[in-house]
Design a protein around this ligand. Structure first.
Ligand code: PRP
Ligand code: URA
Length: 209
């Protein structure tokens, strides 16, 4: 069963409060999501391996450490996932970015795929699927399916807010995928929105409502 990590750093929780607030305007919303993504990237990379190296300081040789192992790939789910990409890239600038375009059919809540473009070496990378919202879990499961069909094996999921139902669905469909969230909310309403949530993440990021 995939583990769930709640990124409960005070800065993340503080900024998430303003992200949720309906009076936060588009500019501030976008900046806050970007900042929280950077802070979450710090948590999600906590277990990446290090190897020893030596550098010469102006004073002497120093035994140091550098990151080793697989390179990273970021996989935002369009559209709203785009809002978190730059924040993660600030800490991991060498990561490549692949895009998976999905939207939720408003009636059935089922994800509809409309775009996939992945790095050519995607199977060699450790991947972080990025989306602010994990609601029914349908979009996350479909995005991970897309990656696994292309033989990707090391996948983590990163969301700002998840519902308990969404977490359970991803854990059942993809038990090998760990999930990093800033908050787990109470429930999904009859329209598939997370309560209390933050509303429609894509609309709030891009000012389309
Ligand atoms: C939102 C969100 C997720 C999805 C979550 O995207 O960004 O991708 O819904 O819902 P689920 O867990 O029930 O699948 P949306 O379909 O609204 O598209 P958008 O990002 O283009 O606005
Ligand atoms: N997508 C969103 O943007 N918000 C929700 O609450 C659920 C799905």
């Amino acid at each position: 069963m995939g583990k769930v990590f709640i990124c409960d750093h005070p800065l993340i929780q503080h900024k998430l409060t303003f992200i949720r607030d309906e009076t936060t305007n588009t500019k501030d919303f976008r900046e806050l999501v970007d900042e929280v993504a950077t802070l979450m990237a710090y948590e999600i990379t906590r277990d990446i391996p290090l190897e020893k190296t030596t550098v010469k300081t102006p004073v002497s040789e120093a035994e140091c450490q550098i990151i080793s192992g697989r390179m990273l790939g970021l996989i935002p789910i369009l559209r709203a996932g785009l809002g978190m990409v730059d924040g993660v890239l600030k800490l991991i600038p060498a990561a490549k970015v692949g895009h998976i375009g999905l939207y939720r059919d408003p009636e059935t809540l089922q994800p509809v795929e409309y775009y996939v473009k992945l790095p050519t070496d995607v199977t060699e990378r450790e991947l972080i699927v990025i989306d602010p919202m994990l609601a029914t879990g349908g979009s996350a499961i479909a995005a991970i399916d897309v990656l696994k069909k292309r033989n990707c094996t090391q996948i983590k999921m990163m969301n700002l807010i998840a519902s308990p139902e969404g977490i359970r669905a991803v854990q059942e469909a993809h038990p090998d995928v760990d999930i990093y969230v800033a908050a787990i909310d109470t429930y999904l309403n009859e329209h598939g929105y997370i309560v209390p949530g933050l509303g429609d993440a894509g609309d709030r990021l891009f000012g389309t409502k």
